[in-house]
Design a binder for this molecule. Structure first.
Ligand code: 5AD
Ligand code: SF4
Length: 514
């Protein structure tokens, strides 16, 4: 079997489906599409990950974008933002120009997020808004990609009710963008290319990065944790790691281009390297290599407490360019709910991990993600979340009301917490989060902090804004020349979400431990 045949066998569909009746669709999908299945997904590991280090644009497509413009709207997490940078890179290699207006675009892509229902609703709203544009300009191509396109129900809904969409492609198909566009131009019918397979690792993809100060680097893809509420293991495929040498080379390259901060990306970065069959290598080893690179700051997101090992803590304790901010999603404070969520740790395990981190890195700042209103959550159990938050001393959190996701085990549980109770709990949690954030900022008053200056403040162009190593927003007045530099700022005043300060001096060189 050649490569094309292999890939074609794994495609959910790769054909036109416009103009068919509902009955036609169901026949079509029964044979070629399978919805997310926990049972099947859990058989993971048998299928080999294929590495491709040779992404190139087919010369036949070289002129495709001549005189055409592209626009990509991104929803969701940093992983999606980074996927958009890759797709923008592919568009440029095809000769397209970027535009920031849909009215001006010849191709519009919606890079979607499936994590919660409201994220999906926003996308469907936007799909509807784009219809008049398509009717006005039939040559316009509109595509839906990202996590939502990996869901059967979404693909069906678009096929049935949003026929002005020209392309649907999944998270594993980004490198196929030139072929998908080509097919959409040729056929003028909806092109659907979503692989239900677990995903490969594709190297040498072009990227147009959003800024020149901070850069994202994927270290792994997918997630095998299968938390019962989460759609990610189905939309992003199985855990697969990039080779360390590829990551090190990418970080070195960004450092040489003057980037000051790198965020290593993965849905579960602590599982980095677990899939290597030829060596024992984990996130600790990777960070230990990366800290020797001459770049001022390296951080990672997102961590899973279960896989956060002692070696990683030992390496992070060396600090230098490894920042002392760890985002550690706990999700809940009750061991019973954590069990229902299949998080594979208890409240006590989590607290032990926090103790270990604090012992090794006394200045560590911890932040987290929390879900309220999970099925069966009692008032007492919710209070355990509040008390855990206090006990750990998190400095801020992303907080969410549980949203059932079709195909996940939690969606089959009875959602027996009324919405008004969920909203009330979220509000109470947010009050605590705000108070603790304000207290953490207050502690910095009078102190001198290192700030990476990102640009003008959104609220006032005469003020500059940047972030500390621990991700605190700092506003201060200084000449524009310091944008992109590290500076020392004395904090004069703490607000709830940001700090005001006075610049003291520019930090000339980054301190890097070798
Ligand atoms: N409902 C609510 N929040 C969710 N998250 C993931 N899935 C869901 C869901 N079904 C939250 C988790 C995760 C963050 C990225 O989104 O807290 O850490
Ligand atoms: Fe989702 Fe994160 Fe759990 Fe993976 S570890 S299933 S991405 S919440």
């Amino acid at each position: 079997m050649n490569e094309e045949q292999r890939l074609a066998g794994q495609a959910i569909s790769k054909t036109s489906a416009k103009g068919k009746t509902d009955k036609d669709y169901s026949q079509y999908f029964q044979t070629v599409y399978s919805p997310p299945s926990l049972k099947d997904a859990k058989k993971r590991g048998k299928e080999e990950v294929n590495y491709h280090d040779d992404f190139k644009i087919d010369p036949a497509f070289a002129e495709m974008g001549k005189g055409r413009k592209f626009y990509i709207r991104t929803y969701g997490c940093q992983m999606n933002e980074h996927d958009t940078e890759v797709m923008a890179g592919i568009f440029l290699q095809l000769g397209y120009e970027p535009t920031d207006s849909t009215a001006d675009a010849d191709v519009i892509l919606l890079n979607t997020c499936a994590i919660r229902e409201n994220a999906e609703n926003k996308v469907f709203g936007e799909i509807g808004h784009l219809k008049p544009l398509k009717l006005e300009r039939p040559d316009l191509l509109i595509g839906v990609c990202g996590c939502m396109s990996q869901e059967e129900s979404v693909v069906n809904k678009i096929l049935k009710t949003h026929q002005h969409i020209d392309m649907i492609f999944g998270t594993h198909n980004i490198h196929r963008l030139p072929n998908i566009l080509n097919e959409a131009y040729m056929s003028k019918e909806m092109v659907v290319e979503v692989w239900s397979k677990e995903g490969d690792v594709i190297e040498n993809l072009p990227k147009v990065r959003k800024g020149a100060i901070k850069g994202w680097v994927n270290i792994m893809y997918g997630c095998d944790k299968f938390c019962t509420y989460c759609i990610v293991p189905y939309t992003r495929g199985k855990e697969r790691s990039r080779r360390p040498e590829e990551i090190i080379q990418e970080v070195r390259h960004l450092a040489s281009q003057g980037y000051k901060e790198i965020t290593l990306l993965g849905q579960n970065v602590n599982a980095y390297g677990k899939d290597f069959t030829d060596m024992t290598y984990g996130l600790g080893q990777l960070m230990d290599e990366l800290r020797k690179i001459d770049i001022p700051r390296i951080r990672f997101t997102t961590s899973h407490p279960r896989d956060f090992d002692d070696h990683l803590i030992e390496v992070l304790a060396k600090q230098g360019n490894l920042v002392e901010h760890i985002h550690l999603p706990v999700q809940h404070g009750s061991s019973e709910i954590l069990k229902l969520m299949a998080r594979k740790y208890t409240r006590e395990h989590f607290l032990t991990l926090v103790d270990k981190i604090r012992a090794a890195i006394p200045n560590a700042v911890l932040t987290t993600d929390i879900i309220v209103g999970f099925p069966n959550e009692t008032e007492e159990q919710f209070k355990e979340t509040l008390s855990l938050y206090n006990e750990v001393g998190f400095e801020t959190a992303f907080t969410y009301i549980y949203s059932p996701r079709e195909g996940t085990p939690a969606a089959k549980m009875e959602d027996n917490v009324p919405m008004d109770v969920k909203k009330d709990r979220l509000q109470r949690l947010n009050m605590l989060v705000n108070d603790m954030s304000a207290a953490a900022l207050k502690k910095l008053e009078g102190q001198i902090v290192e700030v990476l200056v990102e640009g003008e403040s959104k609220k006032n162009p005469h003020v500059l804004a940047g972030y500390t190593r621990t991700s605190k927003l700092v506003n201060f007045v200084a000449p524009k020349e310091v944008i992109g530099k590290l500076v020392l700022v004395k904090i004069t005043d703490a607000k709830t979400w940001s700090l005001n300060g006075e610049m003291i001096e520019i930090v000339e060189t980054a301190e890097v431990n070798v």
